[in-house]
Every structure is written in structure tokens, then in C-alpha cells.
Design a protein around this ligand. Structure first.
Ligand SMILES: [Zn+2]
Ligand SMILES: [Zn+2]
Length: 495
């Protein structure tokens, strides 16, 4: 790859960026130093089984609590490191891209190497055991589905558990997080959307958190969160709680209990955070870019299994944007949504109540609309018989006269020119040639042979006129070709 090609590729990734006004150094530090420690650990620190199990369990705790945005909302974050350095407007260039790529590469190296490391150092039995013990039923249960969308009611112990889990994600206070997220739902794909998908996948994944710009997020109603004492408590003490739950506790526990301080810092704290961060970022980037739109395709949210796996269940984003109050992200029972299962389990245990679901009838209606839309597009790409009102009315005498020079047969009141089809007629050319100028309705519909739907459809393409005063000698429904009996008509404003 030549430098020019690399430059072109990077430029295409940053094309939608707004004018960059500076760097959020605090966010950049979190997003680079954390994965750097994780990589150091993967390269030089032997993983201990207890630490890895604890790291995965703590990861679940984190993901249960948090949601899909990141560090506090840009223009509202009281980042002490803001304004230390202001970058002159750089746009779409190599320098910008390097700034984004460094943390992304570090993070993904950390995740990939971590997975690899675990695979090669743990026996399959241990892995199976990990998966059984720590099956990721978590994700965004608290910040997202509880506080951003009020999709269920949680008991106080569950709220506290989720809030502290969300704090350990180092992705901002719930109050900030939910405000950004509600703004995202309300202003999806516009300049007021904090992670506007029109600005490209690099911007929605990480750019919006690292760079300052003139963009302002749209307003959203957060009055309920303003009066929630638990949310306000976490918001007030967030910058004290964040290092405690994000870094200290996951380091101290392995350190005190089995004397693995470095493993705690590298794996339970840093590798867990790196994975949680990028899993979350994927909801803003990949879930608005990759997949299908089974409920509405006017906006960018998409459904995809890969996104669901990467984000631990938040990948059915098309459904989520259509029905955000629903506690489920995946509507169909077989779709991967551990958060839904966790909330349902909490409901069974009495820890959660009022689990909201959108009426299935309306969900199916949305899905049907999209299916009809796709079918309508396919329908529009096919050729259909001339509309009846455009066919000429032909007298019996003219029909007889014309049928001497070409093969015309009358079926269901329509005159068909079958001259070009005579040689291809499966029943032989004789039937057609000998009956030119005659009414073959009864023969076509079973008098001689009950023709197939395909034959009926093909016949309708040969219509050239309507016999004046002609009467249909069969049921009217059979005069409509089978392919047109469920023809999709678009309703316009005037009809
Ligand atoms: Zn979204
Ligand atoms: Zn949401």
C-alpha cells in the first residue's frame, strides 16, 4: 500500500468529521493508557486463573450497569484537562486519522491479544467453565434500559448494583450518559445527534469523544433523572467513584486475596475496561452501519448478529430505535440479547417489575410494512400486462378480420396475440393456429387443459385488446392473472 493510498483511505474515514477545535485530552488519556496497560499485561504478566475469572465477572458487573455512550457528554463534561491544548482546525487529514487510529489500534490489539492469550493459556475445560460461570447476561441493563428508557422498574438493591456497575465502566455518570442517549434517540442522524452516523464510522465510534467541535447535542427531557436522588448522588461524586470502581477495586481484590496486584491492574481493570469501552462504542458505530432494517429504514439503526455479539445484545438496534421503551432489544426469542434475559430473570426474582413491551401487533405491523416495501420494489422491477384501461376496445368484426393475418385468441374477454408463442406452446401449435379468432376461455381454464398460474401470467402479457361487449364466461377472479391478485398498490395522499 502506497502512502497515497493510505492517505486516501484515512481521508475517506474522516470525511464526515466536523471542523476539529481541539482534543479532549482526558478522554484520549483514558482511551490510550488503559489499553496500553492491558497490552503490557498480555505481553509480560502471566495470567492467573483466579484473576481472569474475577476479571470476567467484574466485566459482567460493568456491562450490566452501563450503556452505549462513553465518557460524559462532550460540551458538558467538566474535564479538568480540557483547554490545556487547543488543536488548530485539522480536518480529514493524516494527522487526525493518526489521533483516532492510535487508541483504536491499541484497544483492539488488547482485545485480540487478550482473547488469544486466554485461548492459548487455558485448557478447553477451563474455558467452558468460564463461559458457564460468566455467561454474559449483562450489558447496559442500568444506564440504558432502566434510566435512559425507563423500560422497567428496578428495586433499590438492583438500582444500586447497576449504578455501581455503570460507574465501573468509566463512561461518565448515568445522568450525563442518559441525557446524551435520549438526545441521540430524539435527533438520530442529524447535527443534534451526539453520534450522528452521517459523520462516518470513525467519528461515531471514537472521534466524537476525543475531539472538540462546534457541534451541540439536541435537548432531551431528563426531568425524571434530575429528581432521582440515587442518580444525582452518583453524578455529584462521579469523579471520585469512577477511579474507585473502574481501577482500584478490580486491582485491589486480586491483590489482597491472591496477591496478584499487577494482574488485577492489567486484566481486571485495564483489559476489562478496554473491552467494555469498545463493545459500547460499537453500538454507536457498527449498529448504525451494518445490518438490516426490518422495522424502519428511514434512519441508520440496523439489526445484525455481529453487532449483538460485539455489544453483548444491543445489536438489534433497528428494533430498539423503533420501540425504545421496550425492555427487549431483540424481539424474536432466538435473537441474542443477554440483557433482556437478565431483566426478565430479575422480574421473576422480584427485583424488577413493570417490564414494558410494545404491543406485538404493532411490532408485526412495522415488520410487515418493511416486507411490503421490499416486495413493492421487486414488483416495480418486473414487467406487467398493459393496464386494462389502456387496451383498445375492439369490435367482433375487427377481431375476426385481424385474426386472419395473425394468431389472435379470445380468453376472458381479452384478445391475445399469441403469434410469437405458437411454436413454444407446450400443447403444440395446432391448438392455437386452428382457433385463431375464437373464444378459448373454457378451453384455457380446464375445458381442454387447466393451465398453470405461470401460463396465465404469461398469457396476460400478450393482451392486445378488449372485445367490445365481450362478456367473461368464467369467474371474474380468474380473469386476473395469479401474479396480480395480491398486487401491492401504494396509497398516495389523495387516495
Ligand atoms: Zn442508536
Ligand atoms: Zn437506547
Amino acid at each position: 500500500m502506497t502512502p497515497q493510498l493510505i492517505h486516501t483511505a484515512l481521508e475517506s474515514l474522516t470525511r464526515g468529521f466536523p471542523t476539529i477545535k481541539g482534543v479532549r485530552w482526558f478522554n484520549l488519556a483514558v482511551l490510550t493508557i488503559t489499553p496500553a496497560i492491558a497490552i503490557y499485561g498480555l505481553l509480560y504478566v502471566p495470567p492467573r486463573r483466579e484473576t481472569i475469572i474475577f476479571a470476567v465477572a467484574y466485566y459482567l458487573f460493568t456491562m450490566l450497569g452501563e450503556c452505549h455512550a462513553l465518557i460524559p457528554f462532550p460540551e458538558k463534561v467538566p474535564s479538568f484537562a480540557d483547554n490545556i491544548f487547543s488543536l488548530s482546525p485539522l480536518r480529514g487529514g493524516l494527522v487526525d486519522a493518526v489521533f483516532f487510529l492510535v487508541p483504536i489500534l491499541l484497544a483492539w490489539l488488547g482485545i485480540t491479544a487478550g482473547t488469544f492469550q486466554l485461548l492459548v493459556t487455558q485448557s478447553p475445560a477451563v474455558w467452558l467453565d468460564h463461559r458457564k460461570t460468566n455467561f454474559p447476561i449483562s450489558v447496559r441493563t442500568g444506564y440504558h434500559r432502566l434510566w435512559s428508557h425507563r423500560s422497567y422498574t428496578a428495586s433499590f438493591p438492583l438500582q444500586l448494583f447497576l449504578l455501581l456497575g455503570g460507574t465501573s465502566a468509566v463512561q461518565g455518570s448515568c445522568y450525563w450518559w442518559a441525557r446524551a442517549h435520549r438526545s441521540h434517540h430524539r435527533h438520530t442522524d442529524t447535527n443534534l445527534d451526539p453520534y450522528d452516523s452521517n459523520r462516518g464510522i470513525l467519528w461515531t465510534h471514537i472521534g466524537w469523544m476525543i475531539f472538540k467541535s462546534d457541534l451541540k447535542a439536541g435537548t432531551a427531557d431528563i426531568s425524571d433523572l434530575r429528581t432521582n436522588p440515587l442518580i444525582q448522588w452518583q453524578h455529584r461524586y462521579y469523579f471520585h467513584l469512577q477511579p474507585i470502581f473502574g481501577y482500584l477495586i478490580p486491582t485491589i481484590i486480586p491483590g489482597l486475596l491472591w496477591n496478584d496486584w499487577l494482574g488485577g491492574l492489567c486484566f481486571s481493570a485495564s483489559l476489562r475496561l478496554t473491552t467494555a469501552h469498545h463493545g459500547t462504542f460499537c453500538i454507536n458505530s457498527i449498529a448504525h452501519w451494518l445490518g438490516s432494517a426490518p422495522y424502519d429504514d428511514r434512519l441508520s439503526p440496523r439489526d445484525h448478529l455481529l453487532s449483538a455479539v460485539l455489544t453483548m445484545g444491543e445489536g438489534y438496534h433497528n428494533f430498539h430505535h423503533q420501540f425504545p421503551m421496550d425492555y427487549r432489544n431483540a424481539f424474536l426469542w432466538y435473537q441474542y440479547d443477554p440483557t433482556k434475559w437478565f431483566i426478565a430473570l430479575c422480574g421473576k426474582l422480584g427485583l424488577a417489575s413493570n417490564l414494558r413491551v410494545f404491543p406485538s401487533n404493532e411490532v408485526h405491523k412495522g415488520a410487515l410494512s418493511m416486507q411490503l416495501k421490499r416486495l413493492h420494489k421487486l414488483q416495480g422491477s418486473l414487467e406487467w400486462p398493459d393496464p386494462v384501461d389502456r387496451l383498445p376496445i375492439v369490435t367482433w368484426e375487427t377481431f375476426q378480420e385481424e385474426s386472419k393475418t395473425r394468431t389472435l385468441i379470445l380468453i376472458s374477454g381479452f384478445i391475445h396475440d399469441v403469434s410469437n408463442f405458437v411454436d413454444q406452446h407446450p400443447g403444440g401449435p395446432g391448438h392455437l393456429l386452428n382457433n385463431s379468432g375464437k373464444d378459448m376461455t373454457a378451453s384455457f381454464f380446464g375445458g381442454i387443459y387447466a393451465h398453470s398460474n405461470a401460463a396465465h401470467n404469461l398469457l396476460s402479457m400478450m393482451r392486445v385488446g378488449i372485445l367490445e361487449g365481450g362478456v367473461e364466461t368464467i369467474k371474474s377472479s380468474e380473469s386476473v392473472p395469479p401474479s396480480q391478485r395480491l398486487y401491492i398498490a401504494q396509497r398516495t395522499q389523495n387516495s
